[in-house]
Design a protein around this ligand. Structure first.
Ligand SMILES: [Zn+2]
Length: 346
């Protein structure tokens, strides 16, 4: 959408939720969930008190009871976070959440002026925004292929070779490397392909096992919906049909198993299976297919694998792999163990 085009603020506001915005800013996990609320530290004035910023999830409004003494709707929140105009905030929301630009365009030139309450206090009662019928749910929109490639990636970065134990062949094969500039600067750039093999995003891994506080291990581009993709699926589908699928959590689990000869591996990029990911697996398996679910041996992995096994077993054979050692991850398996895994004896 061009910057001169008029935006229907109401449509944009209705299309996004405060919860999505907190997730977008990577702070949702700092919030405690109540019946109709999310409570946490205020991200606008960067407060630390975990009760001073409150989101009403049914009204889709926020309020800071501390320094800001202010509240508002989703677009107001973006204007405060980005220190930008309401128009710029709406354009950002359209880009971040891949909203349909046509559905978000004002039908007449007065639409922007027609919504003067751009920073209504949250205390005022407001109806729950109606979802525009033209709006496709954020989670169902496919990720668009990127029109650029990150080049000049440093392949032999010690984080990859020494810390992760990857061979140069694997590094080149997966197209990863240390990025020195741009949006993934100072991170390991990991291209993510859709099922057709098109690059839809780069993930950026901070090249230290435990990054300093406040620095996320992984960075994903705003608006990218990882729930729509399975890492390495484009290549796993080319492996022989009689081989079992292996489902792991992380990029490096997939790379390492691949390096050890287990190539029909896909990564969830997390410990949960989204509906779209389930559908991708369903599309590429038959009732005779075997799937090994091998998540990390920790609380999240244990919870995730039960749910995944339950859902996948409705349409294929599922084996859940449990490690005997706590905190064990597929990435740490040796070549011999991976071979045993594929022979069904691990
Ligand atoms: Zn505040």
């Amino acid at each position: 959408m061009s910057k001169t085009k008029f935006v229907d603020f109401k449509a944009v506001k209705a299309a996004i939720t405060m919860e999505q915005l907190l997730q977008h800013y990577g702070i949702l996990d700092q919030f405690k969930r109540g019946t109709d609320s999310l409570n946490g530290p205020c991200p606008i004035h960067k407060g630390s008190n975990p009760t001073q910023f409150r989101v009403s999830t049914t009204k889709n409004l926020w309020n800071c009871f501390s320094d800001c003494e202010h509240g508002g709707n989703t677009l107001d929140f973006i204007t405060k976070m980005e220190k930008c105009s309401i128009h710029a905030a709406a354009l950002k929301a359209i880009e971040w959440f891949n909203l349909d630009p046509e559905a978000m365009a004002a039908s007449d030139d007065n639409a922007e002026a027609a919504d003067p309450k751009t920073s209504a206090p949250a205390a005022k009662p407001a109806a729950r925004p109606a979802v525009s019928p033209k709006f496709t749910p954020e989670s169902n929109v496919p990720n668009a292929p990127l029109k650029f490639r990150l080049d000049k990636l440093e392949r032999s970065h010690p984080y990859l070779t020494e810390q992760r134990g990857l061979t140069l062949e694997t590094i080149v094969d997966f197209g990863i490397g240390f990025c020195s500039k741009g949006m993934m600067a100072d991170r390991i750039a990991i291209p993510i392909h859709n099922v057709k093999g098109e690059v839809v995003a780069y993930a950026g891994r901070f090249p230290v096992e435990e990054p300093p506080e406040g620095t996320p291990k992984y960075k994903l581009p705003a608006g990218f919906r990882k729930s729509q993709e399975l890492y390495n699926l484009d290549r796993a589908i080319k492996e022989p049909a009689d081989q079992p699928w292996v489902i792991v959590e992380g990029f490096f689990d997939a790379m390492k198993l691949h390096q050890h000869g287990c190539r029909k591996v896909v990564a969830l990029m997390g410990s949960t299976l989204s509906a779209a990911q389930e559908e991708l697996i369903r599309q590429h398996t038959t009732s005779q297919s075997h799937v090994i679910v091998m998540l990390d041996e920790n609380e999240a992995g244990q919870a995730g694998r039960e749910d995944i096994a339950c859902r996948l077993s409705k349409f294929c054979f599922v084996r859940v792999h449990q490690f005997s050692r706590p905190d064990m991850e597929p990435e740490y398996l040796t070549v011999a163990e991976v071979r045993q895994l594929m022979e069904g004896s691990l």
